[in-house]
Structures are given as C-alpha cells and as structure tokens.
Design a protein around this ligand. Structure first.
Ligand code: NAD
Length: 478
C-alpha cells in the first residue's frame, strides 16, 4: 500500500518497508519508508484542509463523524482481517477492535455538541470579555502496534470534532489497517487532507513530523523511551503534548479477597492480546496467608489459555515481532536464573504452526523478587510475576515503587480497606475487585512516567482546544 495523503494514495520517496505476518513470517504487503519530504507534504495538506474544516459548523462535523463510525462498523470485517494479518491476533478480536473503536467516534461527536464558550460577568459597561476555544491546529498522531485502531481513534475522533486535522503515523509492524481506514473515511465524505497517513520508522518520518514547525500538537501512544524523545523534540517548537506511555501495572490481592474472582480477572487481564497491552497486570502481590492458595487457583486458569498457531484457532496470537518476543524470553530467563518458580509456560512452543512465528506461552513466575526484571520492567508479553507480601501496606508500597503509574488493581472484601488502597495507588486508573474494560466516557492516562494528559470523553476533546480571550469594547447607547 502507498501512503494516504490529501485524499489519495501517494507513493513515498523512501524504499519499501515489509509488513510480515507474525504467525509465520509471510509477507503481507509493503509500505513506503517515508522521508522528511513525505512528512512535509502530509502536513501541508493537513494545514490547507484545516482552513476549511475548522469553519464547518459543529452540527455538520458531528453528522459526518457519526457516518464515519457507521462506516467502520460496516467495514469491521475487512479492516479487521488486515489487522489480523499484520498483528497476528485472532480474527474475531481484531474485528471487535474495529467495531468498538467506532463507538469512540460517536462519543467524541456527542462531546462536540456540548462544547461552549463563556463570558465573564466582571466586565465594565461597554466591555465584554468572552473566553472562547479554538482548535489547537494540525495534529501529529503517532500510534503503537498493539491496538492500532483504538489508540488512533482516541486521538482522531477528538481532533476532528474540535476542528483540527491530522497526520497519523502508525507503527512499523501494523500500518495497513490504519491506511485502509483513511481511504474508507475519505470515501465516506471526510474532506481530503483532514486525515492523512504516512508510514515509516519512528526515528525517520516520526521524528520529522514532531520537528516540523507547522503542527501544533503531538498525540503519542507508545513506549516511555520514545515518549521522552518526542517530548524533548516537541519542546523546540512548544507543541502541545498528549503522551500515553508505558506501564508496569501491579495487582494487590488481600487475604480477605474473593480469590476465584481475583484469579479469573488476573488470568484474563494479564494475558489479553498476548500481554501486548499497556495496562495489563504485570506483577501481582499476594498477602502471605493466601499466597499458595491463590497460586493454586490462578495456575489452571492460565494453563487453559491456548495459543493460536499459523492457520489455526486459539485464545492468543503470537507476539508482533522478534524484539517483543526477545523481551519475554529475557525476563523469563532472568527470573529462572534468580531462583523463581515457573508455574506454567516458560519454554518456546515448537512444532508445525509455531516454528516460524514469534510465539511465547502464557508464563507464570512465582516467588518473584523485586530484583527480577519481570517485577521492574514492562514486558509487553505474556509473562507475569507474582510475589508474596507481608500485608497490604507492604503490597501497596511495592506497587508504588515504580517509575510507571498507568493502572493498578486491588482485590479485598473490605470496602474501607479497598478505598484506602485505591486512594493510595499511584496510577491514572485503578480497579477494585474486578477488571472491567476501560470506559470511553472517563479519562484515561498515566501518572508519573506513564504519560502526560488524558484521553477519552470530554477530557480527550479538551486537549485539542486552545483558550482564546477576546476583550470587546463598544459604545453603550445613551
Ligand atoms: P514504540 O514506542 O516503540 O513505538 C510507538 C510509535 O512511536 C511507533 O509508531 C514508532 O514508530 C514511533 N516512534 C518511536 N520513536 C519515535 C521518535 N523518536 N519520534 C517519533 N516517533 C517515534 O512502542 P511500540 O513497541 O509500538 O508499543 C509498545 C509500547 O506502547 C509499550 O511501552 C506500551 O506500554 C505503550 N502503550 C501505551 C499505551 C497507553 O495508553 N499508555 C497504550 C498502548 C501501548
């Protein structure tokens, strides 16, 4: 596929970049390795389009955005199939991602209808002070591979409804679904230049987009290291930033918790998308009194999760690339060498359907200690560390001893204790006693080095608007 710029397929200046199926290494397609010249073309297109787009009445933008949402639902199977091929996740879950992401467009559209300006009542006669809001400008949206469409919609839906236009750069591994979506949106009526997609590497075209003087905002989801580099570069032109970065989310299981419910939630949420999930459970602290009991309940649930081989069905796909796989292997080996107990998983699956793919099985590491990488560093794979703690205060302290603060989870029957733990956890979102899907209506984002700003709901839209204060003077009629 070519890039999608100014409403048309556009060949880039760089060499082709292969997109391979992580289940068997087969070639799915290629995309251009975009250059700074391609970044400039896309940004100029977005800037031209914004001159008109910002003037389109809100009601018309809302109506169009709802049409885009419906087009996503109508095409979920086709775009989900592309996502399935480039990411390796089971097909139904890919289709589900497209359909659920469409809801974000609807929700942001409704938030657009609720936006209003204010007028200060403190002005003297003959003066009025109006505080209005304007779209921030052209937005650069840079996304990771793991939920490429959902994480793009976090940004695109808010930006478009606010009157901004967008240049998106998807991850190297998963550009195809985003490109297909850009063509679909244009065919559905989104004017040329409002949503452009360029392809290439982060350090190449990604950095060129961030450095470019025209965009006024960078909305980024990805790792903390890339986020730091982007924040530093964006400061050069004082761009606004929304950063959704890495996480290393703890779960704290108290002795009075419903252990079956905790085990089910952690088995589900620790391994979703094969662990390639920013706010998955990474590490579990269990009060000593129920530690072995909890392990005995969790282990069979994790053992039930199946890997989907190339051409076959199962709960979990492979990891997206060799780098992500290597991290899961390294964390498992580090824990093994330091004396942890591997309760299940821990060895590469072999045989037809697995040999050519980036597979790692769901791996439970018990008796993990704080010096092990699995308890300190983001895995982004199906590897979970578990450690006993003396009591919940010990567990809370260990939960917070991290540079990350994206999400945290607690399990206890005591409401007061649960509230104290939720209030004590340093994380942008906390869950008590179960782990539901994060809601599209409430803010999502990280504390500490997990990010800057919030997405979703009206919080998300507001970060694409800039305040403007207008002081108006007029002659009061005698
Ligand atoms: P990554 O940081 O390697 O890449 C993310 C995107 O940034 C890619 O498109 C990449 O090309 C681009 N990029 C990298 N360096 C760049 C630079 N210097 N300038 C401009 N662009 C650059 O992340 P990944 O491996 O694709 O995804 C995994 C990471 O994303 C994990 O750390 C995960 O926690 C994080 N993530 C966070 C959230 C969240 O909401 N907080 C959600 C999903 C994923």
């Amino acid at each position: 596929m070519d890039m999608f710029i100014d409403g048309a397929w556009t060949p880039g200046h760089g060499a082709p970049m292969e997109v391979r199926n992580p289940r068997d290494g087969s070639l799915v397609d290629d995309v251009p390795m975009g250059t700074p010249a391609d970044a400039d073309t896309a940004i100029r297109s977005a800037a031209r389009a914004m001159e008109h787009w910002r003037q389109v009445p809100m009601a018309d933008r809302v109506a169009l955005q709802k049409k885009l949402a419906q087009a996503m639902r109508d095409n979920a199977d086709r775009i989900g199939q592309l996502l399935h091929l480039e990411l390796g996740r089971p097909h139904a879950a890919c289709v589900g991602e497209i359909a659920r992401s469409a809801d974000l467009l609807d929700i942001y559209a409704e938030e657009g209808l609720r936006l209003s300006a204010t007028m200060s009542l403190g002005s003297a006669p003959g003066e009025r002070t109006v505080v209005t809001r304007e779209p921030v400008g052209v937005v650069v949206a840079i996304t990771p591979f793991n939920y490429p469409i959902t994480l793009l919609m976090f940004k695109l839906g808010a930006a478009l409804i606010a009157g901004c236009t967008v240049v998106a750069k998807p991850a190297e591994d998963t550009p195809l679904s985003t490109l297909a979506l850009a063509e679909l949106f244009h065919a559905t009526g989104l004017p040329a230049g409002c949503f452009n997609v360029v392809t290439g590497t982060g350090r190449g075209i990604g950095a060129a987009l961030v450095d470019h003087p025209v965009p006024r905002k960078v909305a980024f989801t990805g790792g903390t290291a890339a986020g730091r580099a982007i924040a530093a570069a964006a400061t050069g032109t004082m761009k606004r930033l929304t950063l959704e970065l890495g996480g290393h989310s703890p779960a704290l299981v108290c002795a009075d918790a419903d252990l079956d419910q905790a085990a089910a939630a952690i088995a589900r949420h620790g391994f979703a998308n094969t662990g390639q999930f920013c706010y998955r459970v990474n590490r579990v602290y269990v009060e000593q009194a129920v530690y072995e009991d909890f392990l005995a309940r969790l282990t069979p649930l994790v053992q039930k999760l199946t890997l989907a081989p190339a051409g076959g069905e199962g709960d979990l796909g492979p990891l997206v690339n060799a780098r992500i796989l290597a991290n899961s292997i390294a964390q498992t080996e580090d824990a093994r060498a330091k004396g942890a107990r591997i309760l299940t998983g821990g060895d590469k699956p072999l045989g037809a359907g697995f040999d050519a793919g980036h597979y790692w099985p769901p791996t439970l590491i018990a008796d993990a200690t704080e010096d092990m990488a699995v308890m300190q560093e983001e895995t982004f794979g199906p590897v979970l560390g578990i450690s006993p703690v003396a009591d919940w205060r010990d567990g809370l302290a260990k939960s917070n001893a991290s540079i990350y603060g994206l999400a945290a989870f607690a399990f206890t029957a005591g409401l007061a204790k649960g509230l104290a733990i939720c209030e004590g956890l340093e994380a942008g979102s906390v869950w008590l006693n179960d782990i539901q899907r994060s809601s599209h209506y409430v803010p999502f984002g990280g504390m500490k080095q997990s990010g800057l700003g919030r997405e979703k709901g009206h919080y998300g839209v507001e970060s694409y608007l800039e305040y403007k204060t207008m002081y108006l003077s007029y002659e009061v009629p005698a």
